[in-house]
Ligand binder design. Structure first.
Ligand code: GTP
Length: 350
């Protein structure tokens, strides 16, 4: 019998740095052939595009599979299992499989899927790695009032009194075999200590925390954890599993949409409009590519909460439509019409 293919599940909240970590991992694969499954929320494949743009020979197009259907945790049977079976049926099987979940995914249903007979015989979870955003955590963006939440929880473990954000964050933390505390470059040492102390309240005892900036984690530390996570599910239950004693969950708490606007405003004007939109509508994540008049290259835009980054990532290809396409994600309800109208107005006025 051939040995099982190890699989690393990379999870973590929207914008924590999962794709950045994967990019670093692929660039330092140390000779391993890695198949990558990317799951994105929203119908514009930004993550895959970011990875494909890395130009490294390890970022081979044929080794990247995109599951753009929202959330891997809800489409396990329809999307994930067939994708895994297709990878396993390849004549050139990978040495390792990496799955990047969407930032809104609960890892639990995905982990359990590794116990499906047709998968279990051939694949094992090497480890679940949860990427945490040190900057967002230090700004208190997941649980606004930790102390009140904790006090409540002590009173009744089962009461549904947390924010959707806080719950999702905790579900991702308890699922972890290793936590990568990323974006340490944005946080001073004292704040980082405080963040680690806070994190320890949410993770299973014994989970290792590795600090990182820009996803720079040694491949040998990341791959080869050998956890067989699918056989060790105790203590990893999601809030939903604990509360409803079963599978399934809903994503009604979050909303996402994509929008397309014609090339119009200049870089600074567009970024200012995006920053205003994020602040006015409490947008959690916004990403995509923009067409800036007179620019040969497209502008990659990455916003995580109030922090907006932008860089020209590659030249527009011949025949490619020069337009701005963005994915917007926030807590439900998201004012889609207003956001779309505001951004389009800026494009038209330009
Ligand atoms: N300063 C800083 N920025 C980072 C770091 N890691 C990632 N980023 C930036 O954070 C933004 C989001 O990073 P991604 O890697 O796309 O995050 P993600 O978790 O894959 O995002 P989703 O897939 O949308 O959930 C990008 O602008 C990254 O360049 C870091 O360690 N430090």
């Amino acid at each position: 019998m051939t040995s099982k293919i190890p699989t690393t599940v990379i999870t973590g909240f929207l914008g924590a740095g999962k794709t950045t970590l994967v990019r670093h991992l692929l660039a330092h694969a140390k000779g391993k052939r890695i198949a990558l499954i990317i799951n994105e929320f929203g119908d514009i494949g930004v993550d895959k595009d970011v990875l494909a743009g890395c130009g490294d020979e390890t970022c081979r197009e044929e080794d990247m599979i995109e599951l753009a259907n929202g959330c891997i945790c809800c489409t396990v049977a329809d999307d994930f299992i067939p994708t895994m079976k297709a990878i396993l049926a390849r004549p050139d099987r990978p040495d390792h499989i990496v799955i990047e979940t969407s930032g809104l995914a609960l890892p639990q249903p995905l982990i359990r899927a590794f116990n499906w007979p047709e998968i279990k015989a051939e694949v094992t979870i090497d480890g679940v790695v949860t990427v945490a955003d040190a900057a967002a955590l230090s700004e208190g963006r997941f649980a606004a009032n930790e102390e009140a939440v904790d006090a409540q929880r002590r009173l009744d473990e089962m009461l549904d009194h947390e924010t959707p954000l806080g719950e999702l964050f905790e579900d991702q933390m308890v699922a972890a075999d290793m936590i990568v505390l990323n974006k340490t470059d944005l946080v001073d040492p004292a704040a980082l200590e405080a963040v680690e102390t806070e994190l320890k309240k949410h993770m299973r005892p014994g989970t290792r925390i590795v600090r990182a900036a820009n996803g720079h984690v040694d491949t040998l530390a990341l791959l080869g954890l050998g956890m067989s996570t699918e056989d060790n599910l105790a203590g990893r239950e999601s809030h939903h599993e604990l509360e409803h004693d079963g599978e399934g969950h809903e994503h009604d708490d979050f909303d996402s949409f994509s929008l397309t606007i014609p090339s119009g405003p200049g870089r600074d004007q567009l970024l200012a409009a995006i920053a205003d939109t994020i602040a006015a509508h409490d947008v959690l994540r916004l990403k995509g590519f923009a067409a800036i008049p007179g620019a040969r290259a497209r502008l990659a835009i990455q916003a995580v909460g109030p922090r907006v980054n932008a860089y020209f990532d590659r030249d527009w290809a011949e025949g490619e439509t020069r337009e701005t396409r963005l994915v917007v994600i926030g807590e439900s309800p998201l004012a889609r019409e207003t956001i779309e109208a505001n951004l389009k107005k800026i494009a038209e006025a330009a």
